[in-house]
Design a protein around this ligand. Structure first.
Ligand SMILES: O=C(O)CCC(=O)C(=O)O
Ligand SMILES: [Fe+2]
Length: 337
């Protein structure tokens, strides 16, 4: 198979995205404009954090909303086929909540950051990256609506309008403007370190268990190490890193929104090298209380809606409970597809 390419700001982008999401559910996103030095700076911060002494890392342990550090094996993405948790540790950064959101699940805590006396640039650099990625995420979400035959659909009130957009990000202004946390709909910056443990699929040991992503869009940056595989029509296919491109996939909400037209493709990470690996998935999602219902452009008399409406927040909460060892289980739940 050939991995499709989408040129982020080209006039063909929506058409390219449509083709890519119908056929593969994954594509390389070029021309996204996120400065390379900013990406490299995030990798440096991750490396510093993950190699701190365990007691120092523990001070930034994830809170009940998974913001902060989640240790090795904490997450199990494919519980049926794994004998232990994913061989990775994670650090999650979200945006700060607006005052009228503080009552919502996942919004009722603030970010957890390492002690600034130990890692002074972790907070500003991850915030700058979060802002830059949110810009790209919002643009790709608009491409997505156009690609699904409903241009402008995501401009409707209640969908992506928890937004206060910062100006475009420049790496040079990092220490002034960009460390201010701006507001977008929901998004999670997920920094991952896979340890050097080789995967053993027969024994149920895997770097990142097979799963589809739960939300709308994932924009992934990886280091040079291989490992990511996607399920393309029943075969596991390697997806190598490509210079200056993000690996982007659409998740379960995208499949629901398009009535199954776009694929939420299963993927996994297998450690075949015995070396550590770093990656940075960025999940870009609609408002917490946005109702995700099949777009009218994807429904017809002969192709009725296959999915019932769900709110984006309920969808996330349902999944968190099943995969995170440390996630509390006292939230309401709603049946998934
Ligand atoms: O590390 C990777 O390449 C992929 C991670 C992933 O699929 C995820 O966090 O959802
Ligand atoms: Fe994933």
């Amino acid at each position: 198979m050939r991995m499709p390419i989408v040129d982020c700001y080209s006039p063909q982008a929506a058409q390219q995205l449509r083709q890519a999401c119908m056929e593969v559910g994954f594509f390389y996103l070029r021309g996204h404009g996120v400065p390379r030095p900013l990406q490299q700076a995030v990798y440096r911060e991750m490396h510093r954090f993950f190699h701190l002494p365990p007691a120092e890392k523990a001070k930034a342990t994830a809170d009940k909303n998974m913001r902060g550090w989640a240790p090795l094996y904490e997450e199990t993405l494919d519980p049926e086929n794994q004998s232990k948790g994913d061989t990775k540790e994670a650090y999650h950064v979200c945006r700060d909540s607006l005052p009228d959101e503080a009552h919502l699940p996942l919004h009722d805590t603030t970010n957890v950051f390492p002690d600034p006396a130990v890692l002074p640039t972790f907070h500003p650099i991850t915030t700058a990256y979060f802002n830059a990625m949110s810009h790209v995420g919002l643009h790709v979400a608009h491409l997505f609506a156009a690609a699904a035959g409903s241009p402008g659909a995501f401009d409707a009130p209640g969908m992506f309008d928890r937004c206060v957009l910062p100006p475009r990000i420049s790496f040079d202004s990092l220490h002034t403007l960009d460390m201010i946390p701006f507001h977008f709909p929901m998004a999670v910056l997920r920094m991952l370190r896979y340890n050097a443990e080789p995967s053993d699929l027969a024994a149920g040991v895997i770097a990142c268990g097979a799963h589809s992503d739960f939300g709308l869009l994932t924009l992934l940056s990886t280091d040079e190490e291989p490992g990511l595989q996607i399920d393309y029509r029943g075969d596991w296919v390697d997806v190598p890193r490509v210079e200056n491109a993000f690996i982007v996939n659409v998740g379960d909400l995208a499949e629901r929104w398009t009535n199954g037209l776009f694929r939420s493709t299963r993927h996994r990470v297998v450690n075949t090298t015995g070396r550590e690996r770093y990656s940075i998935p960025f999940f870009f999602e609609p408002n917490f209380d946005c109702t995700v219902a099949c777009l009218p452009s994807c429904v017809s008399a002969s192709n009725p809606a296959k999915y019932s409406p769900i709110t984006a927040g309920t969808n996330l909460l349902n999944i968190y409970k099943t995969i995170h060892a440390n996630y509390p289980t006292d939230h309401d739940s709603v049946a998934l597809k």
